[in-house]
Design a protein around this ligand. Structure first.
Ligand code: ADP
Ligand code: MG
Length: 394
């Protein structure tokens, strides 16, 4: 059994040689390409070749914080197992795991260098029109296949145990539902919106809603979630899409994944001064939901459980997933605005006045989504966003 050590690029090359069954004479070079948040990510390839292999290794702590925030290395095993499981049901849209070594906390992944991170593409003003519908199909495939629509009691309980991810999901619980709703030392609140944050912290009605979302996040183990589906976990190219980085995955409410990705599109919406780009984000959300809904309906109808097969049941179920999604979208928007981890879409805005306006808009939108989750269907959300888009014309 291999002994854990923190990889440098030579170790990454050695690991690729051992596991990728390459000709022993072939020359390989390696470099770190990760943006350095949680883990190390190396690209290893032959000189002059654009594509090779990706080696992702978990450190025994959170990389961007350091040894003061220890974190289980077992997250690499969990990530590999989740990607493999999701890859069974959504091979087209899940990054391929070629090998993994739990002792070294390392994963060998297919190299997606010919795709780009969706957040980056959005920041550059690029529009990948197929991405939302593809992501809707991916989410429906991984959600329905790991849910009670497909698994019997024993099968689903066994999967819930196999994919238990207590350490990372406890972090999610804290950063989504606890920190942003109180004056927590981990928060990162810009002085200009301190008053707005304090208003949220004093908002009892909002906190009651968030308490319910937090409870459901812990107790509503509907499906094997990706768990961190922001636009930085999605890689895109014309007509292609792959989801990466599933280390926060585990069983939870289906609306969580859907809400997180909707929220990231909305954060980009809030950062845009261009009306056509805001409109694109509104259309992205609509396309994502319609694709998710249609694909879930199709896959859920094939359930072997006659009690769940009735279209009325499935439609009602999906209606509740939508409501959950709006609540979780609200939490994600708020936590990305005043919590520990922000998004580049808003943080990188050059004009400080517009940036503050965007942060304020994000907080208000996040609150509205949490409070109105039971009342807004998709068409009403679209209408509200279109109104906001015109009001914030600048
Ligand atoms: P972390 O868990 O540390 O956030 P990620 O899995 O998000 O690591 O990867 C960090 C970065 O490395 C990504 O934003 C992307 O730029 C790059 N990357 C990750 N996986 C791949 C891959 N399979 N192919 C190409 N680039 C990748
Ligand atoms: Mg990550």
């Amino acid at each position: 059994m291999s002994q854990y050590r923190i990889f440098n690029h030579e170790d990454a090359i050695g690991y690729v040689r051992q596991t990728a069954r390459l000709d022993p004479d072939v020359t390989l070079q390696g470099e770190e390409i990760g943006d350095g948040n949680l883990n190390q990510v190396f690209k290893v390839c032959q000189p002059g070749k654009a594509k090779g292999f990706i080696v992702k290794q978990a450190l025994p702590y959170i990389r961007c914080i350091g040894e003061s925030w220890p974190l289980t290395r077992d997250r690499a095993r969990i990530e590999a197992e989740i990607l493999l499981y999701h890859g069974q049901y959504s091979p087209e849209y899940t990054v391929a795991v070629l090998h993994h070594d739990p002792a070294l906390s390392v994963i060998l992944l297919e190299d997606l260098s010919d795709l780009q991170v969706w957040r980056q593409a959005l920041l550059e003003g690029q529009h990948f029109a197929d991405a939302p519908a593809q992501l809707g199909i991916y989410l429906a495939q991984v959600h329905v296949h790991s849910s009670d629509f497909r698994l019997d009691y024993l099968g689903q309980r066994t999967a819930q145990l196999q994919f238990a991810n207590p350490e990372l999901m406890a972090i999610s619980e804290a950063v989504y539902f606890v920190d942003p709703f109180c004056d927590h030392e981990r928060n990162n609140v810009a002085p200009e919106i301190r008053d707005d944050a304090e208003q949220l912290w004093a908002d009892q009605a909002l906190k009651l809603r968030v308490a319910r979302l937090k409870h459901d996040f812990r107790c509503k183990g509907q499906a094997l979630l990706h768990g961190d589906l922001h636009t930085g976990s999605v890689m895109v190219a014309a007509g292609r899409l792959k989801v990466i980085d599933a280390e926060f995955g585990g069983y939870g409410p289906m609306g969580f994944d859907l809400g997180v990705i909707i929220a990231n599109l909305l954060l980009n919406f809030c950062s845009q001064s261009s009306a056509p780009r805001r409109l694109q984000r509104i259309q992205d959300i609509s396309a994502l939901w319609h694709s998710y809904h249609a694909q879930c309906l199709r896959l859920a109808r094939e359930t072997p459980d006659p009690a769940l097969a009735a279209p009325e049941y499935i439609n009602d179920f999906l209606q509740r997933v939508w409501q959950d999604a709006l609540g979780y979208a609200g939490c994600e928007i708020i936590r990305r605005t005043i919590g520990v981890a922000h998004v580049a879409d808003i943080d990188n805005m050059a004009d400080p006045v517009q940036k503050t306006a965007s942060q304020r808009q994000a907080l208000a939108l996040g609150r509205m989504l949490i409070m109105s989750a039971d009342q807004l269907d998709e068409a009403q959300l679209e209408k509200t966003l279109l109104q906001q888009s015109t009001e914030t014309e600048r």
